[in-house]
Design a protein around this ligand. Structure first.
Ligand SMILES: C[S@@+](CC[C@H](N)C(=O)[O-])C[C@H]1O[C@@H](n2cnc3c(N)ncnc32)[C@H](O)[C@@H]1O
Length: 262
């Protein structure tokens, strides 16, 4: 049942949505106004009719819904990549994860959800204002302050964590500069996952990964194409997010690795 202070995804029949906090007051959009006091006691999937006669559905927002509503001053990782990175990165409850940089905290939220309360997330970010914004986003959308989440405000190159983490996630303009830190921080057999929009970044990162004892290097991208489906149409939408980034995966081993001779 919804209570005062809960966030609710108010959704029109055409799929437009607004993330609304339940307070003693009205919510208005182009479809009319509803008194938010009426939401208290309703539940996920219920609906209300506005003063203009439009039906609005009420949903408990998913993490995916929240990520699109984050306050952001940096590019965030899109859910299609977040899901892929977490699954290929084999993230599960109880793991210790290092991420850099934190940006707006979209990846942090996804990692915190996946590692659960027994896991630990260490985020390294070199800009204080982004660290503060991400912390606020994590508090807002991650069910309060996460006690298992620490943010280090520093250049990732200056962070020394010896064999302490199970996974490293990088979303940096120069991910190759973080490879040495990642190599020291990762336990043997640990996984590194990096996202980069440019293939030139991927090439430089591969070179550093091979120099620093990583194996099983792979890079790939995920394309997501939405479709319009109704009684008249069943076709891809005219527009798509055609490119986000390349995901690079690597596994930490105990010796420097070089390309095999052909
Ligand atoms: C694209 S944003 C990360 C977005 C984040 N993954 C998200 O999903 O919201 C990249 C971040 O890396 C930070 N950054 C860049 N170079 C860094 C470095 N050398 N050490 C630590 N953070 C760095 C930037 O300040 C920025 O906040």
């Amino acid at each position: 049942m919804f209570e005062y202070g809960d966030r609710v995804l108010v959704t029109s029949q055409k799929g437009r949505s607004w993330l609304v906090k339940i307070v003693d007051g009205p919510f208005s959009c182009h479809l009319g106004t509803i008194d938010l006091n009426r939401l208290v006691g309703l539940a996920d999937g219920d609906s209300l009719v506005t003063g203009k006669g439009a039906r609005l559905f009420l949903f408990t927002p998913s993490l995916c819904d929240c990520i699109f509503k984050l306050k952001r001053r940096t590019q965030i990782i899109y859910p299609k990549d977040l899901g892929t990175m977490l699954f290929y990165g084999d993230v599960y409850p109880g793991l210790t994860v290092l991420e850099s940089g934190i940006g707006s905290g979209a990846l942090s939220l996804a990692l915190l959800r996946a590692i659960g309360s027994r896991g630990r997330l260490i985020s390294v970010e070199n800009r204080l204002e982004f660290a503060q914004m991400a912390r606020a986003n994590v508090q807002r959308f991650g069910n309060g302050s996460a006690r298992n989440h620490s943010i280090i405000v520093a250049d990732v190159q200056d962070v020394a964590l010896r064999g302490a983490v199970d996974r490293v996630f990088l979303d940096l303009p120069e991910p190759w500069v973080a490879v040495e830190t990642a190599a020291h921080a990762l336990k043997r057999g640990g996984l590194l996952v990096s996202l980069s929009p440019q293939v030139s970044q991927v090439q430089l990162t591969h070179r550093e990964l091979r120099r620093h004892g990583f194996s099983r290097l792979s890079s790939f991208e995920i394309l997501k194409r939405d479709w319009e489906i109704d009684d008249r149409r069943a076709r891809p939408t005219d527009r798509m997010v055609a490119h986000t980034g390349f995901i690079t995966m690597a596994k930490k081993v105990d010796a420097p690795t070089q390309s095999e001779p052909a």
